[in-house]
Design a protein around this ligand. Structure first.
Ligand code: AMP
Ligand code: ZN
Length: 112
């Protein structure tokens, strides 16, 4: 598997870990778009949110259970934004589903 996020989750490529459990790994985005910018990924390869199904949805649930833990660990008591890009029109660049957690400042109103 040549997927960079699979390798990050497996510890084969270095990353700045924020949270980890048996189904989820979270780490700092290498090119932060906000004062806090974390990526939360499942430890199984799911290409995008468009590939969620009944066989992998336990990993997706685990990702969402991890998000408030990540937010607390990063001091995002005042709120944050969760984004996942899907496919070409969604401008997804890494084809391993990931959820961006953005915060640490008042975010622009006009993204979504
Ligand atoms: P997306 O455009 O939604 O696919 O987001 C991919 C994200 O992965 C971007 O925000 C990148 O900055 C981030 N990224 C790519 N490679 C790495 C890496 N090695 N470590 C941390 N973040 C990365
Ligand atoms: Zn992968």
């Amino acid at each position: 598997m040549s997927c960079i996020f699979c390798k990050i989750a497996a510890g084969e490529i270095p990353s700045e870990k924020v949270y980890s459990d048996d189904k989820v790994y979270a780490f700092k985005d290498i090119s932060p778009q906000a004062p806090v910018h974390i990526l939360v990924i499942p430890r199984v390869h799911i290409e995008s949110a468009n590939d969620i199904n009944d066989e992998n949805s336990a990993y997706v649930a685990a990702v969402f259970e991890a998000i408030p833990k990540v937010a607390r660990a990063c001091g995002l008591e005042n709120g944050y934004r969760v984004i996942t890009n899907v496919g070409e029109d969604g401008c997804q660049t890494v084809k391993h589903m990931h959820f961006h957690i953005l915060g640490g400042k008042k975010l622009p109103e006009n993204v979504v």
